[in-house]
Ligand binder design. Structure first.
Ligand SMILES: *Cc1c(COP(=O)(O)O)cnc(C)c1O
Length: 374
């Protein structure tokens, strides 16, 4: 095969290159405004994201982990949840999902993944629910694939649970009926970490909800627990969205759908080449990651690296096997999540990739699979 230029797993400078000039102008606007905390850029971004999501309220916050933690903490302040209650989480997720639950003095209860979706196996949720003890289901649309079916809504109604979405990876993804990830449950957390589909130039995040009391509580908690100036009703935090980040995000939000469409086009090249075996066609996927499973994962990565193709692993160790959860989650096994951790490899996926690069990557993967058959 003909060698191409190096294809890194992800090049953030190249990702932001089309927006460089507008972002620079937007940042200059913030510098000139003299408003460096809160202000009109933050308010405008909150309005624009709320209208994109079709939700009544968006509160800009410091990052995705804080967004999740603040939602749970706000439900505790509102008396909707009590410290020590349990929250159902997927076992195949980034550690932040579980950390948020722990930081809000709640208890994460991992439920194994489905090998078809790599998301939570919804048929296993009900047996993990303890009536009265379980407070919420925290769904994660991992890799951008919506983790949603009727089971989740039915169980939430049956047991009186809140549904919270970790939408860090799925901004712009939709169900087949058109409903948007991040607008499906009671509240959703967003991350604008630079590698996410809507990436800032540093840390940033948001909470979206139709619940005005929740939105107000999150906003108050994120600002020292202060409802009016120098009056603190909660033991709050400083978790506000930076106006420089808000200004940069306002440049990129209008292009999110076209960027995601370009990712889908690249993903289709991979899928048509037969790379992914799991189901991808039952939602409008934003392809935050394109993950394939391979028994010889490490050799595959070495083979691709030799051809100049960067890859990554999401994630090499499931949260329940991390040292920080050794005590709380000691002894649990999650066979599917553990298999995914052994076999998953993420291929380059970004709006700037060319069709030729995607075809080259697909051919390189198939070349390896061919030599490992039988
Ligand atoms: C990125 C991410 C987070 C955390 O977001 P930060 O902005 O990095 O704090 C949470 N959950 C998932 C699934 C993520 O991918």
């Amino acid at each position: 095969m003909k060698r191409m230029n190096l294809i890194p797993f992800l090049d953030l400078e190249q990702l932001n290159r089309p927006y460089m000039e507008q972002i620079t102008q937007a940042i200059t606007r913030v510098v000139r405004s003299g408003h460096y905390i809160g202000g009109s850029e933050v308010a405008a971004f909150e309005d624009e994201l709320a209208s994109y999501q079709g939700r009544s309220h968006v509160v800009g916050v410091s990052n995705g982990l804080d967004a999740l933690t603040l939602i749970l903490q706000a439900y505790i302040e509102m008396g909707v949840m009590k410290p020590g209650q349990e929250v159902i989480v997927p076992s195949n997720t980034y550690i932040a999902t579980l950390l948020a639950v722990s930081h809000a003095s709640l208890v994460p209860v991992p439920v194994d993944a489905s090998i078809d979706t790599l998301n939570i196996d919804t048929s296993l949720i009900e047996q993990a629910i303890k009536p009265g003890k379980t407070a919420a289901i925290l769904v994660v649309h991992l890799y951008g694939r919506t983790a949603w079916d009727d089971t989740i809504e039915q169980l939430a109604a049956k047991y009186g649970l809140k549904i919270i979405e970790d939408n860090a990876q799925a901004i712009g993804s939709r169900l087949v009926d058109g409903r948007m990830a991040g607008s499906l449950g009671d509240a959703a957390a967003f991350s604008f970490y630079p590698t996410k589909n809507l990436g800032a130039l540093g840390d940033a995040g948001a909470v979206a909800t139709d619940d005005s009391r929740l939105a107000h509580t999150v906003k108050t908690l994120a600002n020292y627990g202060s409802d009016t100036r120098y009056h603190n009703i909660f033991l709050g935090y400083n978790c506000r969205l930076d106006p420089v980040q808000a200004a940069a995000l306002r440049v990129k939000l209008p292009h999110l759908d076209s960027d995601n469409a370009r990712r889908r086009h690249i993903a289709d090249i991979y899928t048509r080449a037969g790379l992914a075996k799991n189901r991808l066609d039952d939602c409008a996927h934003n392809y935050h990651q394109y993950v394939i499973l391979d028994e010889h994962r490490d050799e595959l990565r070495t083979h691709l690296a030799a051809m100049g193709i960067g890859t990554d692993i999401h994630y090499p160790t499931p949260p329940h096997m991390q040292p920080c959860y050794k005590r709380l989650l000691e002894g649990i096994t999650m066979p599917v999540a553990e298999l995914i951790a052994r076999q998953a490899v993420s291929l380059p996926i970004a709006p700037y990739l060319t069709d030729a690069e995607a075809s080259f990557i697909a051919a390189a993967v198939n070349d390896f699979k061919g030599s490992h058959r039988g």
